[in-house]
Design a protein. Sequence first.
Lengths: 375, 441
Amino acid sequence: MARKDLEVLLEDNMEGKTPEEKPAAEPTHEKPAPRPGPRPKKAEVGPRFVVSSSPHMHDGRTVSQIMRFVIIALAPAALYSIYIFGLDALRVILISTASAMIFEAISQKIMKRPVALRDSSAALTGLLLAMNLPSTSPWWLIVVGNFFAIVIAKQLYGGLGYNPFNPALVGRVVLLISFPVHMTARWVTASRFGTDAVTTATPLSQMKESLATLGHIDIAFGREEIFDLLIGNRAGCLGETSVILLALGGLFLIWKRVISWRIPVMFIGAVWAMTGIFHLFDPAHYIDPSFHVITGGLFIGAIFMATDYVTSPVTKKGMLIFGAGCGIITVLIRLWGAYPEGVSFAILLMNAATPLIDRYTKPRVFGAVDTKAAA
Amino acid sequence: MGSGRFFGGVHPSYNKGLADSSAIVEMPLPERLVVFFAQNLGVPSQPVVKKGDEVKKGQVIAEAGGFVSTPVHAPTSGTIGSIDIYPSPVGVDAPAAVLVPDGKDEWFEGCNVERSSEGLGVKKIKEMIHDKGIVGMGGATFPTHVKLSPLAEKKMDLLVINGAECEPYLTADHRLMVEHAEGIRDGASLFATVIGVRNVVVAIEKNKPDAIEVMCKAVVGCQGFSVEAMDVIYPQGAEKQLIYTLTKRKVPAGGLPMDVGVLVQNVGTALAAYEAVRYNRPLIQRVVTVTGSGIREPKNVLARVGTRFEDLVKFCGGLEGDAAKCINGGPMMGVAQYSLDAAVTKGTSGLVILRQEEVTQFVSDACIRCARCLEVCPMKLNPSALSIFIEKMRFEDANEYNVMDCIECGCCAYVCPSRRPMVHHFRRAKAEVRKLQRKTG
């Protein structure tokens, strides 16, 4: 219906006007001064409702719920680290979590953003960073790490959702590069299993040392050693030790559909396959792939760090590529890099590739017309 | 028939138990009816009445405004009180006639007369479906005669009668199938005759076992008819997903069901078409599920087109004290109402009233890229990336990421932990992309 006709029709038929008022036979389109837009309705008394776009239902999941699930999944490994490393581990966890939350609150205040400690993401970052530190870390080291994690890597980029790099890993890598002595040279073996806490090297650095000094691998890797590695009787960060509990946490997250299996499985699988191939050809210089899988920070990295939503791809194919990429870079660093461990660097490097991966693995829309077939 | 399982989807709480066992009740005539002139998708109809006119039930009050348009009929006999702009249930104000019933409910001459539908030609059936104002009653209100006119080069081989009713809360189609299975079947036969197909599938979700049973009985002995029980997953009833479930055929992006030889019609449309052809009854009433925790007595109401929501709510016992949201249609795709001033149209499948505690606030926190939306999107889009583009007004990028293929089912927003108003973004982007396309050519 033409706009003008409609106005005329409305003009003539509104409430409070009788049909007699309408001039007979006058051609309606010549009517002067059309009504300016719809007449505002008289306010009627009646219930008023909330108006919003559809849908009007939600499954109830929240960001803080997801963060809490991850913290729960991490809890067994964290508690176990206190059990084996003693109160020192508890000290690291408390300082780290608290400082992360304080930095979060302060920076949100300064940047005039709503203080969102309730989403638990800062607490999780603090806990994750603690799991990546040795139990001997001095308090200032932990605080500096959390400053970089929360303020530099997260809030300066815009806060939760906008950070390109995993905040906890940025914190860890800054410490690793700036304070190598504190971060790598003061390992203690779990006190629970030895007589005392003995300063010793991690299995991966032992391997690297034996390669450098002897020219071949000289590390016992029998049933007893595997058992020790699995239950965490070794030197390492808080979270590196208990492979079994970390794996259980991962299964819990997959079961709760918080993370998908893709990144952890591809990550660990790539490390195992790649080191396996080298081991097959040259076992004297390349240790058993299972050793690579259960040592170092692979499990905590693959399950809890690489799966960080914000910094990993959203597409299914992208997750597979991301996981595999992390695994390959980890192996490259472990076998030929300057550092004994490469998980953190690998994840951060792949973080940088995430937008690109997402772009090139754009899902094909349902019913996509095959352009090749059409051409 | 190959049965597929479409990608994605969600399992909202269906809450159909509120009304699924209450039989359809006819609502007495209210004091006034507000009949909108634009009752179909496409070209609005042209009013042919003026203030003070006496009309009979079934008399045309607005004529079709073009091919993609249908006439609108008076839902009862009475006087046109006025013609004015009223808030329509889809959110925009639109012209409507206020009809004051005279209480006699007298049919217009020639309407409501039984006649044989045997031996009617394709053209005649289509004409009657058009003349009686039949539109898609699942909610889209697309004129049925247009859907019944597929392009000649498309080889049609299947008619799907959509009784999935995958929207939570709604039970109108469910009750129709239980109570009017024969009419639906006969309406389906008419459609099948018109488009020349032999195979007819009545597709029903498994959460309606009584409807499946009754429909199965109704189609016994009907050549080519079958009833398919489908898994319960939203949006099972969306056209493209439904066709994939039943046939594994994929409607091409940007295409129509006829591109894969299928026509989908809602069960209510089939019944309305049957009544139009067999009894010469225009589409002047429909079943509306009035339900939700915010209404005292949830019911499936047979209401005249034009029944104001206020009257509908009164008929169902009134609102609970903390009723906070009123939705025209289902809670996944329906339109939230500001007040109860709007009225039933041919597309009003339900009125869902929710309480304060059930109202979700979509607040648009930052996307944390959890990828849950990618897992549930039945069109395999990347809602996460799309919503970020749209927030930054990057509509060309949104177009490149296929925002135009979005069916607005709401699965992405339903699962979003950041409570982002995804569908709102996508509707906006679609409008902006259309604007861009018009500009460029």
